[in-house]
Design a protein around this ligand. Structure first.
Ligand SMILES: Nc1ncnc2c1ncn2[C@@H]1O[C@H](COP(=O)(O)OP(=O)(O)OP(=O)(O)O)[C@@H](O)[C@H]1O
Ligand SMILES: [Mg+2]
Length: 267
């Protein structure tokens, strides 16, 4: 008898999304925060979320990370409802100051993800060193969070999430505390890692150009309550390249469309 074949596609021919929000509502403290969110994300897709402060971007990630449950509708992951945090989902929190253990040094904080995954002690160092090199912290492995700048702390958090080798990576304004050069270097590093490991990514940013540069799709949210206002498909070739991609006519057209949309939404 032949082995069971797990279908990659549903009968309709469309691949089953890794993530699906179906008519999701969320209230907090008696206030409507998100309303009628319908959103599907395919495996391996890199989706960016933009929108004004307070429109519910972090809340959207918390629903996916299993840290909040919807008030109405359903958030599903790999075909089943999200029931709580999962080792397959890593979150780079916006508030990096609270994300690290202050009594563990840089290597120790990255090691947390490997310990949780049961990686033997002898293997951990070999996994941590290249990650610290990728985020530019290899010279700081022995330092403690209190001895690091905000941008360095944020990079420790990113390294820890990458060490987890998640199926789904949620990033909440991960590069907000970085200078422009480090930011661009990390954009490219994350794109390389994500492509090599075929992770699915939901990436929140305030920077419209960053959203286009990284994403396969950009979702714009509207506030009070938070709703999906528009979706922009990004038809730019990969691998992306900082100068060539940002100079490409499609990039400039998308940038114009996104700026125009955000401006008209604010009026
Ligand atoms: N625990 C909570 N209780 C009540 N209201 C909350 C809670 N957490 C968030 N909110 C409200 O939900 C709304 C969305 O917050 P959220 O943090 O998701 O916004 P955001 O889009 O991530 O904003 P920013 O760009 O500033 O990070 C805000 O109006 C906020 O005040
Ligand atoms: Mg936020």
């Amino acid at each position: 008898m032949s082995a069971a074949v797990i279908p990659l596609q549903k009968a309709g021919g469309k691949p089953e999304p890794l993530i699906a929000f179906r008519r999701v509502d969320l209230d907090l403290g008696g206030r409507p925060i998100l309303r009628g969110i319908d959103l599907e994300i395919a495996r391996g897709e890199f989706v960016c979320v933009v929108g004004p402060s307070g429109c519910g971007k972090t809340t959207l990630l918390r629903l996916l990370g299993g840290l909040l449950a919807p008030t109405g509708g359903e958030v599903s992951y790999a075909g089943g409802p999200v029931a709580g945090p999962s080792a397959n989902v890593a979150i780079v929190f916006q508030d990096y100051g609270k994300a690290l253990l202050p009594w563990r040094n840089v290597a120790g904080n990255v090691s947390l993800a490997l310990e949780a995954a049961g990686v033997p002690r002898g293997e951990r160092e070999a996994r941590i060193a290249p990650l610290l090199r990728k985020v530019g912290l290899d010279a700081h492995a022995e330092r403690f969070p209190g001895q690091l700048s905000g941008g360095m702390q944020q990079r420790v958090q990113i390294a820890r999430c990458l060490a987890q080798e998640p199926t789904l990576l949620l990033m909440d304004e991960p590069f907000g505390a970085l200078d422009a050069m480090t930011r661009q270097a990390l954009q490219d590093e994350v794109l390389r890692i994500v492509q090599a490991s075929r992770m699915t990514v939901l990436f929140v940013t305030h920077d419209l150009e960053e959203a286009i540069y990284l994403g396969d799709r950009v979702i714009a949210l509207r506030p009070h309550p938070g709703r999906v206002a528009a979706t922009f498909e990004v038809d730019l070739a990969r691998p992306r390249e900082q100068l060539a991609t940002r100079e490409a006519p499609q990039f400039l057209r998308l940038r114009r469309a996104l700026y125009d949309f955000i401006e008209s939404a604010e009026r």
